[in-house]
Write a protein that binds this ligand. Structure first.
Ligand code: G1P
Length: 301
């Protein structure tokens, strides 16, 4: 029997080397790259907190001190802003400090996403928990995580987020074989393949970086063998859980139809910055007409 119906823990793997963004990420974690004026990772922590997950465990690696510093106090800066009476800036500084109860564990060897999640075992214990991947930003105006938490509780199963993608990009994701349920935005996962070739993909449903998992995933990850790319894949562990409905409750997918921004590669990152800036009240009114003019100019080249 479940001790509590409330899920409070979020796990955020952030140990990747960020090689796609070199040289920017030579001495700085990629999670700290600003998306407009906030580090990408702060959007993700804010999303977790918004869904009620106030206990955040980050799986980090070497070179990640900036992450811990970002969510900690910065006494000298605060004192300077207090002395100046600049409350607006002080609020911005304190926003990330007061956000959540932050915890950190290092991954050690970079053996894959499954391995990173397994590092959360001690902290999470035997409760369901969420996993949020830092490359995906979900628009704060759209609901995904809260819906996944609701389904986890209702079905006592593990839940992944699914996005319908163009068949030409399915090779970038875990792809799901699905079966309809009685709910329009929920499917039962019958199979999962990590980054399949277009012709081998079971569907156009891509797993995006949000999961709400039962702690059984740790037992499975303990024996999951390296898969695609020689890495211990979370997708492979979930595949095993999907097949073992009796033992693990199975895996369901919540289909997300809202706005999602990918900050995982350069082009998508640039698009995310433009889209989010254009939507902001402080920047949009000036940025949008400039963008329109700029784009019209491109057409004349
Ligand atoms: C990871 C997962 C993949 C998932 C993706 C979502 O891949 O392994 O199944 O579809 O995140 O962003 P990564 O993008 O870390 O290579």
């Amino acid at each position: 029997m479940r001790m509590t119906e409330r899920i409070t823990k979020a796990v955020i793997p952030a140990a990747g080397l960020g090689t796609r963004f070199l040289p920017a990420t030579k001495a700085m974690p990629k999670e700290m790259l600003p998306v407009v004026d906030k580090p990408a990772i702060q959007y993700v922590v804010e999303e977790a907190v918004e869904a009620g997950l106030t206990d955040v465990l980050m799986i980090t690696g070497r070179n990640k001190n900036a992450l811990e510093n970002h969510f900690d106090r910065v006494a000298e800066l605060e004192a300077t802003l207090v002395a100046k009476g600049d409350t607006a800036k002080l609020e911005k500084v304190n926003q990330s400090t007061d956000l959540a109860d932050m915890h950190y564990v290092r991954q050690g060897d970079p053996l894959g996403l499954g391995h990173a999640v397994l590092r959360a075992k001690m902290h999470v214990g035997r409760e369901p928990f969420a996993v949020l991947l830092g490359d995906d930003i979900i628009d704060a105006r759209d609901v995904l995580l809260a819906r996944m938490l609701e389904e986890q509780i209702a079905r006592n199963a593990s839940i992944v987020a699914l996005l319908e993608v163009d068949p030409d990009s399915i090779h970038l994701y875990g792809a799901a074989a699905v079966e309809a349920t009685d709910e329009d935005d929920v499917v039962r996962i019958t199979g999962l393949v990590e980054k399949p070739a277009k012709e081998d993909a079971p569907s156009n449903y891509a797993v995006i970086g949000r999961y709400v998992l039962k702690p059984d995933v740790f037992d499975v990850l303990e024996h999951t063998q390296p898969g695609k790319g020689g890495e211990i894949q979370l997708t492979d562990a979930l595949m095993e859980m999907a097949a073992d409905v009796e033992g693990t409750g199975g895996v369901y997918g919540v289909i997300f139809r809202g706005r999602r921004y990918d900050t995982g590669d350069k082009l998508d990152y640039i698009k995310a910055v433009i889209q989010l800036a254009a939507d902001r009240d402080d920047l949009g009114p000036e940025l949008k007409p400039w963008l329109a003019e700029y784009v019209a100019g491109l057409g004349r080249d």
